[in-house]
Design a protein around this ligand. Structure first.
Ligand code: PSU
Ligand code: MN
Length: 301
């Protein structure tokens, strides 16, 4: 694993670092906007004196912290595959290049000593999972990985109540950030209420410290909704979702292609408005990730 010197130095000194995933860049956002977004995400952190660590696999080598040429490859190179944790050993052995999912990013970030990771939306339990067994490895990986993940809940393409049930089963602590309402990514609320809400980043850092004191090797999930004046129009959302789900079924999309397919269709069906909301969400989660990493680093010393 190659840790960028800037990231290694910050981790060593206990300065704030936030990990970022790369599947959102390669498979979650359309080109060429994805490359600009990848650069913007890192800039949000740098402006707050937080070191960004975008994670990906380049020519079989896991990289924690990418330079601009690497960001460009992840964003624009067609040979970049989607890599979850189980794909890592094969991709490494065969020299493949890949963009890491939430699961693979969390796995590598934790091994590099990074404590905070911001993403857009976590994977979860797909609709119809009781028949297909399609549940993202994001959930089981977080159950055994000591990292704090900031996410705008999970997308409404998933079964949200089932995802929350699985997080409970897997003993992943879920904290609402400034709210007890679990978001559904493009929408501020999902209708699901959480047991725990925290007011700010210092409160998240306190929970991280308690989790460490207990010796638990499991993730904290910070659910961070977009303010309601920035959410996608719920009517536009509901119609696009209905149609995208119907088309995925018609086209018999399965396995790891399901999430990218639905995400791309929803961008098209909302004429790009879901994309703008998606970018706002990622920026919002990265900002909160910066606050948490900063609060954690202040507590550390
Ligand atoms: N959900 C999103 N945007 C994404 C993804 C999920 O709202 O970009 C990506 C993430 O990288 C996540 C992965 O880890 O899809 C989950 O894929 P799967 O359901 O195949 O595990
Ligand atoms: Mn899946």
């Amino acid at each position: 694993m190659r840790i960028h010197p800037e990231v290694a130095a910050a981790c060593e000194a206990g300065r704030p670092v936030v990990a970022l995933e790369s599947t959102i860049i390669s498979h979650g956002l359309p080109r060429p906007r994805n490359l600009q977004a990848a650069r913007d995400f890192e800039e949000i952190l740098r402006k707050r004196d937080v070191v960004p660590a975008t994670i990906a696999l380049l020519d079989g080598e896991p990289h924690v912290g990418l330079d601009d040429a690497a960001l460009e490859r992840i964003a624009l190179d067609d040979s970049v595959v989607k890599v979850s944790v189980r794909d890592l050993p094969v991709a490494m052995a065969t020299g493949a290049s890949g963009a890491t999912t939430v699961a693979a990013t969390a796995f590598l970030a934790a091994r590099a000593g990074i404590r905070v990771f911001s993403t857009g939306g976590l994977g979860g339990v797909h609709r119809g999972a009781s028949a297909t067994f399609d549940e993202s490895a994001d959930l089981t990986t977080l159950a055994g990985t000591r990292i704090t993940v900031v996410s705008a809940g999970v997308k409404s393409i998933l079964d949200i109540p089932a995802t929350l049930e699985r997080l409970e089963t897997l003993s992943v602590t879920v904290l609402g950030y400034g709210t007890d309402q679990f978001p559904s990514f493009w929408l501020t609320e999902s209708g699901e209420t959480l047991d725990w809400a925290v007011p700010d980043a210092a409160a998240v850092a306190a929970v991280m410290a308690s989790n460490d004191a207990l010796g638990r090797e499991s993730a904290l999930l910070v659910a961070n909704p977009l303010p309601s004046d920035k959410q996608l129009d719920p009517r536009v959302h509901d119609e696009a979702l209905r149609q995208a789900l119907a088309e995925a079924e018609r086209d018999a999309i399965t396995g790891k292609d399901v999430s990218p397919y639905l995400l791309a269709r929803i961008v098209e069906l909302t004429h790009g408005s879901s994309l703008e909301v998606n970018l706002d969400i990622a920026a919002n989660n990265i900002t909160v990730g910066a606050e948490i990493a900063t609060a954690w680093s202040a507590r550390d010393r």
